[in-house]
Design a protein around this ligand. Structure first.
Ligand code: SAM
Length: 286
């Protein structure tokens, strides 16, 4: 079954009485070149397990099944598993799990399905939950080697931006602690059905074997990043004094000790500076 063929998709969806739900970010890929390229970029092979998020009608799932040892696809829409049974009937290495990726116990899922395997994540993400999905996967310290995802172009730029550059945001710094972004390829809006209002990009996050900085407290590090970027146009001194109940005098001293000007803005800081500031704040912030 050619899952990128518009006629095939329309017939299939009609047969199952399926209508697209915008609220679930349902834009299905119809460009036949994208999924094989994504599967190749993910690096999946016969020794790897792949976690897919949001298989839709299975267009990417199928490509992953061809190359991986096992694929587990988590889909929130209860109308899709029956349809997937049909579209993926040729593959015996697929398990579809019904559920919300943000609520499932992923540690248990990994234990049940991927014991003893290298695991990758590969997905055309529903864009309304791009950040919580990526951060959730990273924060849980799941045993994964990489995350290859299609996201909105602007999100890809933000995620990949180097800390210390204008394009960076809280997520750019937070992600670098766990992973190193790698550029994939661009995908135009016309590659989807229905076409979204934005273009997309595939990126790969290679999980770091060791974090780039050692910290007194991970929790304080992420609090520091969040506070620093809470008001983009304000100075670090203003952001920190609003978020933390510490005097401006003490904060100025902390910034000086970290080698940072009190008038600097979050986008000017490297990950090492964030680490230094968070170590100095640790114990002072509740
Ligand atoms: N993989 C398919 C493709 O490339 O054509 C579909 C991708 S579509 C952009 C996103 C998919 O994620 C939809 O199938 C949608 O139902 C599913 N989805 C949305 N929110 C989800 C969630 N919280 N957990 C799991 N799946 C979700």
């Amino acid at each position: 079954m050619e899952l990128t063929n518009i006629k095939t998709i329309t017939n299939l969806l009609e047969e199952h009485g399926f209508e697209f739900k915008k609220s679930l970010g349902q834009n299905f890929l119809i460009n036949p070149s994208v999924c094989p390229k994504m599967a190749a970029l993910s690096g999946a092979d016969k020794n790897t397990g792949v976690l897919e998020i949001g298989p839709g009608i299975g267009v990417l799932t199928k490509e992953l099944c061809k190359v991986a040892k096992k694929v587990v696809a988590v889909e929130i829409d209860p109308r899709l598993p029956a349809l997937l049974e049909k579209t993926l009937a040729d593959y015996d290495n697929i398990t579809v799990v019904s559920g919300d990726i943000l609520k499932l116990d992923l540690k248990a899922l990994f234990k049940e399905h991927f014991e003893g395997m290298d695991v990758l994540v590969c997905a055309n993400l529903p864009y309304y939950i791009t950040s919580p999905v990526i951060m959730g996967l990273l924060e849980q310290h799941l045993p994964i080697k990489s995350i290859t995802v299609m996201v909105q172009k602007e999100a890809a730029q933000r995620i990949s931006a180097l800390p210390g550059t204008r394009a960076c945001g809280a997520i750019s710094v937070a992600i670098r602690y766990y992973a190193t972004p790698e550029k994939g390829f661009s995908v135009s809006r016309g590659s989807f059905m229905p076409a979204p209002n934005v273009d997309s990009e595939v990126i790969k996050l290679n999980i770091n074997k060791q974090p780039p900085v050692s910290l007194k407290s991970e929790e304080m590090f992420f609090k520091t990043i969040k506070a620093a970027f809470s008001m983009r146009r304000k100075t670090l001194l203003n952001c920190f004094s609003k978020e933390f109940s510490i005097s401006k005098e003490s904060l100025t001293e902390i910034l000086a000790e970290a080698g940072v000007s009190p008038t600097a803005r979050a986008e000017e800081l490297t990950i090492e500076r964030f680490a230094k500031i968070s170590d100095l704040l640790e114990g002072l912030v509740k």
